[in-house]
Design a protein around this ligand. Structure first.
Ligand code: XMP
Length: 510
């Protein structure tokens, strides 16, 4: 196992993810962790993350000195790289220019950590301070035009430092560097297997929950379904799943979701039809954040009512949620510096219920959640579904929401998705959907003038939804979709294709 010591970087989790991706168990520890704690965890290597501070500033996060004498390989990244130098009596200075973005490093010694890399490689920097003088026993491994010490090592002590970020995609050979550290330097064992994660999670859930009851709201999405399956394996019929039909789901979704859960063999699955409640609360509302807030309020009201009804017969102790790690990042929960872009409704927990929260997937990334689902026999059809926002079509109907508009959008979206699947493009994109613009345009059908809605199609490629690019779909496919929508969906006379990137746009429209 590798210990990742967190010095406050927004990429700390990403380091862990990359290591796990290479098959090695990795855990995040506070930078203040004691040597004793690490010794108890059979650590094969230690990585010090980046961080926003300056090592020589008062109150900046430091590392306990005795950890540096553990005789376990250490890799410092960015702040971690400077901290190692500072702690071992080298010199770190505030840089005149802040290095931020892509840079080329020149590798002086391509053994051990840089094995297999070219003399010049692209890397990604984000730092203000620089290493000026190395402690004795250390040598320079790489330089850039602004930083004479961009990477270093003490080969006897197995201590390495890289001033750049190998964990981000903008360092194309970053994974190779981490791989070299893990397997050439730490000789780490590949013990991070999805079956082990699954068994650990189930064991922990069993221990935590005991024979108490858990309630979970499911949406039919990957996360809540995988969370449900994990919990079911841990506590069987002490899990109660509630699925709320908001009336704002995709075409046929209600039946599909109920079908999935029936097939998975859940005894306590409740479907609640609440379409009218949502529609009347959202009547006349056009502001996106207001829609999201109202949606969340109604959702939780309906949810609370169901729980209260069920509580007449059963005593619940826990409320489970399918929150995954990126959800916490987007909502600004993991760092003081990230700003709130949208209120994701699935994160505002109803405190009124007085239940303890349980989030079995909170430290996992989407690909890990999918793999976990696969290992529990959940169908590829469900696992491969595109993400769908909590507030559903409410945030894909721009402007006021009406029953007619929902019907129009469901039909147009179903055609879009069906054709993407027919042409083999559904799994090539991260997410695709139709949205309805709040304006009408003039058209002609037969000899008649029409005055109908405009449907916009959005298909994006992305790695993690933090950034996204519009998908380059074939013209022939777009033509087919457009002509089917205009011919088959009453109330639409134009179809447009959205060619905006995130940022500055977002994936959803509201
Ligand atoms: P944006 O529009 O912020 O979307 O670029 C990023 C990803 O998040 C999904 N999304 C949501 N998911 N509840 C969710 O569970 C929400 O309220 C919500 N809003 C956006 C969106 O579909 C995309 O995949």
């Amino acid at each position: 196992m590798v210990a990742v010591l967190d010095f406050g970087s927004q990429y700390t989790h990403l380091i862990t993810r990359r290591i796990r991706g290479l098959g090695v168990k990795a855990e995040i520890f506070d930078h203040n962790v004691s040597r004793k704690t690490l010794e108890k965890s059979s650590i094969e290597g230690i990585i010090l993350s980046g961080g926003p501070s300056s090592v020589y500033k008062k109150n900046s996060p430091q590392i306990k000195k005795d950890i540096l004498e553990l005789n376990i390989p250490i890799l410092g990244i960015c702040y971690g790289c400077q901290l190692l130098v500072y702690s071992l009596k080298g010199l770190v200075k505030s840089g005149k220019t802040r290095e931020y973005g892509e840079e080329i490093i020149t590798i002086k010694k391509n053994d051990t950590i840089f094995q297999g890399l070219n003399r010049k490689e692209q890397v990604w920097f984000s730092h203000g301070d620089t290493v000026k003088k190395l402690p004795s026993g250390f040598k320079v491994l790489a330089t850039t035009k602004n930083a004479p010490i961009a990477a270093y090592a003490n080969l006897d002590k197995n201590i390495y430092g890289v001033q750049f970020h190998p964990e981000v995609v903008h360092t194309p050979k970053g994974n190779k560097i981490l791989k070299n550290f893990l397997f050439r330097i730490c000789h780490a064992k590949k013990t991070w297997k999805i079956d082990d994660i699954k068994n650990d999670l189930i064991k922990n859930l069993k221990n935590e929950i005991g024979d108490r009851k858990v309630i979970l709201g499911v949406s039919g999405g990957v996360d809540s379904t995988v969370a449900a399956q994990l919990l079911y394996r841990a506590i069987k019929d002490n899990l109660y799943c509630v699925f709320i039909d908001t009336g704002l789901l995709r075409k046929n979704e209600t039946n599909e979701v109920s079908g999935f859960f029936e097939k998975l063999g859940f005894g306590n699955f409740r479907k609640i039809s609440a379409e009218d409640k949502f529609l009347s609360a959202l009547k006349g509302i056009v502001d996106p954040e207001q829609k999201r807030k109202i949606f969340a309020k109604v959702y939780f009201q309906v949810f609370i009512d169901v729980v209260k009804k069920l509580e007449k017969k059963h005593q619940f102790h826990f409320l489970a949620q399918g929150t995954i790690y990126p959800d916490r990042v987007e909502s600004g929960k993991t760092s003081k510096t990230s700003s709130l872009i949208k209120t994701h409704h699935n994160l505002s927990v109803p405190k009124k219920l007085g239940l303890q929260i349980i989030e079995p997937l909170k430290d996992l990334y989407k690909d890990e959640v999918r793999e976990l689902g696969r290992s529990m026999g959940i169908s590829e059809q469900l696992l491969g579904r595109h993400p769908f926002p909590g507030p559903g079509l409410a945030i894909r109907i721009l402007g006021e929401i009406t029953k007619d508009k929902i019907k129009i959008l469901q039909e147009a979206d179903a055609i879009f998705i069906e054709e993407l699947k027919n042409y083999g493009y559904y799994h090539k994109v991260w997410q695709a959907f139709a949205a309805l613009l709040p304006i009408k345009a003039v058209g002609v059908m037969g000899d008649e003038r029409t005055y109908d809605f405009i449907v916009t199609l959005r298909a994006v490629t992305s790695r993690d939804a933090m950034t996204a690019d519009w998908a380059n779909l074939p013209n022939e496919l777009l033509k087919k979709i457009s002509s089917r929508i205009v011919n088959q969906v009453k109330g639409v006379n134009r179809v447009v294709y959205d060619i905006s990137q995130k940022p500055p746009a977002t994936i959803e429209y509201e």
